[in-house]
Design a protein around this ligand. Structure first.
Ligand code: CA
Length: 311
């Protein structure tokens, strides 16, 4: 059986996985190749190391050979090291991200959960909550979160790093957490943005690329920065939007005449706009792809936005 030598692939900025092709062959016509672990050729590989193992199996079902190789998908962002012992981050909560992960010190130094994403609106404030295995009753770990708000592939510690806090003597699964508030800047790009949570022993992990931290871990996630559509507060004006989720026609129940209805995507781009100038208008949204949109209603007294889900 022939397997390739270890494969290294550099991922592009903005991508979270990559398709990798490889070839495993056998000269023996009577044996079958069976993948024991790993990811099949032509499939999507995540950032990090994947070990691929194959067995050669004869017609009676006996394993007559085995071989393995590694595929290393290298992150476009820097990779910090925690060279002595991995002391894991065990919880990250931010927006709709609610991630509890292993407290075992055998975990990877750098964990990637990039498929986990939360929408955040520019100018709004969100709470980040973390927990971790401090690995010692009298010891303390510090937590920092970085966001690549300008999407240049670099976490700038001065403008894109936020101190969360510290935890002392936690197992990571005993309920101890620390929280802080993050206000999303208004002068940043919209769309998917890398978030990295870092934890280290004693030191504040202010260097997202450090190769010299001894104890700790990094975890990467995705946030989706959404434009703030700047709605005026028109609390005295109640607007009901139904049905929501909507398939074809969204109806509004209003107390005042509506001038215009507009639909924006989460990147803040206007997709539909309709002048109506009536009470209780409706809007046909059957042409919209499935997803989450912002419906903005304008009246003479101001505007109000509703999140709607198109089915
Ligand atoms: Ca940056």
């Amino acid at each position: 059986m022939q397997v390739p030598s270890d494969i290294e692939v550099q991922i592009n900025l903005g991508e979270t996985s990559v398709i990798v092709n490889y070839e495993v062959t056998t000269d023996c016509a009577d044996t079958q190749l069976v993948m024991v672990s790993g990811i099949a050729s032509g499939e999507t590989f995540p950032i990090g190391m994947t070990t691929i193992a194959y067995n050669a199996v004869d017609q009676e079902g006996n394993v007559v050979g085995s071989a393995s190789f590694k595929v290393n998908v290298k992150d476009s962002y820097c990779t910090p090291r925690f060279a002595a012992i991995v002391e894991p981050i065990t919880k990250v909560e931010f927006g709709s991200i609610q991630d509890n992960t292993t407290s075992y010190v055998t975990a990877s130094e750098n964990e990637y959960f990039l498929e986990q994403s939360t929408d955040v609106i520019k100018g709004e404030t969100y709470t980040i909550t973390v927990a971790g295995n401090i690995n010692g009753i009298a010891e303390t770990s510090q937590f920092v979160v970085f966001f690549d708000f300008d999407q240049d592939g670099i976490f700038n510690p001065d403008t894109e790093g936020y101190y969360i806090g510290s935890i002392t003597g936690s197992t990571g699964v005993d309920g101890q957490t620390v929280s802080n508030q993050i206000t999303i800047p208004t002068d940043i790009l919209t769309g998917p943005t890398r978030m990295r949570v870092m934890k280290t022993y004693r030191l504040v992990p202010e260097n997202p690329c450090s190769l010299t931290y001894a104890y700790g871990q990094s975890e990467d996630y995705t946030i989706n920065v959404v434009e703030n559509l700047g709605t005026n507060d028109i609390a005295n004006q109640s607007i009901k939007v139904y049905p929501n989720p909507v398939k074809d026609v969204v109806n509004l129940q209003t107390s005042k005449e509506v001038n215009t209805i507009a639909i924006y995507n989460l990147a803040g781009q206007k997709i539909i706009s309709k002048e109506v100038n009536i009470i209780n208008p409706s809007l046909n949204v059957s042409s919209l792809p499935k997803g989450v949109y912002i419906l903005k209603v304008e009246t003479n007294e101001g505007s109000i936005s509703h999140k709607i889900i198109k089915e």
